[in-house]
Design a protein around this ligand. Structure first.
Ligand code: NDP
Length: 419
């Protein structure tokens, strides 16, 4: 018996909400609140009569702390699921603290305004001290650890696929497969084809900011940063085939470097087709990826937000996307003194996802683990006050739930390694 407040009603949230409604024994009541209430109402109308979960809807601006606090006090949830954007993470965490409610999200904090002086000063200090220049990092949310501990509340950060499931794979490998993990390569392959020359699979602004930034990886206790897309490898993915993939910075590297003892190297690769890269380079060269407002016919517009308005809404890609995703982690290390390697991964089919929840596999592979993370907290299978990432909890119930709720995983021993 639990009541959950979901904030956001975009591509990922709509999958997470549908999965919660399939799991109505745990999720007895859901309030869906977002900036555009009509999207919440449309989803409620689609689900009503097909689930035992009682659904209500609300309008909220999650950048506004007072509005959030008033909403949480009205709804009285056991948990707030933040599936809006990373920009709202800190405001929603503040509201949860003020109201004494547990919190979870699917991506770590990133500011909307990169010129905010307080943020910029901390960012420049971090770039210098840590050696990676991504705009997002965990420091802002880790700074809430003591406050959540003192309040006896839990904040679960990044329960999507990557971050999220990839860290559960790491915790599982650490618990069951290895005594010592030496290297982790996280491989994110999307073999899907939506038929458009250019579209992003999740929020375009967040997605394009991520892939146009310098890449970086963790090696021998420090960050190594490289120019964007400058390390390329090919890999033959089970269920998908041969693909080009590029080394990116990714948020879970930061927490895994802290939480996997003595790990020597962690890298993250994502597949991209040539058409995507050519479009992205061109858009970047003409300034369309900029987050700086520009004056246009008397109005201020942010180029990347204008671009978002032109691109297909990721939520509409579902019916036209065919093919599969394959996301997982390759480990090297030792067990009982013997060198070993293992690959844990999931294959997900875009059209199967569409049949089930009318969404493509990227939203599906993120929305399912969001529901599972929430379930871990609501059922108290994961229960400790503080601020944590997925690998800091027992992976077993989460891994079982992945098999049960639509993201089955497999282990390959002696996989082909990435050089
Ligand atoms: P969408 O843009 O599709 O949805 C975002 C939703 O948040 C929309 O409903 C939007 O409302 C709402 N929203 C935005 N700002 C506010 C605000 N100020 N107040 C209230 N609601 C707001 O994004 P996605 O569903 O693609 O992504 C959701 C999250 O999932 C992101 O944080 C993304 O980074 C993360 N993600 C994580 C992945 C992982 O594997 N861990 C993978 C993919 C995504 P409106 O409809 O009005 O715009």
């Amino acid at each position: 018996m639990s009541k959950v407040l979901v904030i956001g009603c975009g591509g990922v949230a709509s999958v997470a909400i549908q999965k919660c409604c399939q799991n109505s024994e745990v999720f007895t009541e859901l309030c869906i609140a977002s900036r555009t209430k009509s999207k919440c109402d449309a989803l409620k109308a689609k689900l009503e009569g097909k689930t035992k979960t009682i659904i209500t809807t609300e309008q909220v601006d999650a950048d506004n702390l007072e509005e959030l606090v008033a909403l949480i006090r009205r709804v009285q949830p056991d948990l707030v699921m933040n599936i809006a954007l990373p920009y709202q993470d800190l405001t929603i965490m503040d509201a949860c603290l003020e109201c004494g409610v547990n919190y979870m999200d699917t991506a770590n904090y990133e500011p909307e305004d990169l010129n905010d002086p307080e943020w910029k000063a901390a960012y420049e200090k971090r770039c210098e001290e840590e050696g990676f220049s991504a705009y997002f990092d965990y420091s802002w949310q880790w700074a809430y650890k003591e406050k959540f501990e003192k309040a006896g509340l839990t904040a679960l950060l990044g329960s999507g696929f990557d971050p999220g499931v990839t860290q559960a794979y790491c915790a599982y490998a650490q618990k069951h497969l290895f005594d010592e993990i030496d290297t982790i390569d996280i491989l994110d392959c999307n073999g899907g084809d939506h038929g458009y020359p250019f579209a992003t699979n999740f929020n375009p602004e967040i997605n394009l900011r991520e892939v146009s930034a310098p890449g970086s990886y963790w090696e021998n206790g420090k960050w190594v940063e490289i120019p964007a897309m400058s390390i390329k490898r090919e890999y033959n993915f089970d269920g998908v085939g041969q693909k080009d993939m590029y080394l990116l910075h990714h948020e879970e590297i930061e927490s895994l470097a802290k939480n996997i003892p003595n790990v020597k190297r962690i890298r993250f690769f994502m597949t991209f087709g040539q058409s995507y890269l050519t479009h992205m380079k061109c858009l970047e060269n003409v300034g369309m990826l900029s987050t700086e407002p520009v004056e246009f016919e008397g109005n201020k517009i942010v180029p990347i937000q204008f671009l978002k308005a032109l691109l297909p809404d990721p939520a509409t890609l579902g019916p036209r996307t065919v093919g599969k995703t394959n996301i997982g982690c390759i480990f090297t290390g030792k067990k009982d003194g013997v060198e070993k390697t293992a690959y844990i991964y999931n294959i997900c089919d875009h059209q199967e996802c569409y049949k089930e929840v009318e969404s493509q596999a990227i939203s599906y592979t993120t929305g399912v683990p969001a529901m599972i993370g929430a379930m871990m907290l609501l059922t108290k299978q994961w229960d400790k006050p503080g601020v944590y990432t997925v690998e800091e909890f027992d992976p077993d119930p989460y891994m079982d739930a992945l098999n049960k709720w639509g993201l089955p995983w497999q282990i390959e021993n002696n996989p082909v390694l990435v050089d």
